[in-house]
Write a protein that binds this ligand. Structure first.
Ligand SMILES: [Zn+2]
Length: 72
């Protein structure tokens, strides 16, 4: 199974994992509430998963927070 981490702010690919078995505990998915899971983890349409993340650039510049401020 392919698990891709994609920046939720700019869409940059943050990481790419290929797993034989989906270990939700190792990926930290078990710590999420069902609502968070639905928000963060999406099927990629090819049998894998896309996980919303934040890349280093966006984490540094806090673009995500700025965008949120613009929206609200
Ligand atoms: Zn980013």
């Amino acid at each position: 199974m392919r698990v891709r981490y994609v920046c939720d702010v700019c869409g940059t690919s943050v990481g790419d994992l290929h797993l034989d078995v989906l270990d939700e505990q190792r990926l930290g998915f078990t710590a999420l509430t069902p609502e968070e899971r639905a928000d963060i983890i999406r099927p990629d349409g090819a049998g894998g998963l896309i996980v919303a993340s934040v890349c280093d650039d966006c984490a540094d510049t806090d673009t995500g927070r700025d965008q949120e401020r613009l929206i609200h």
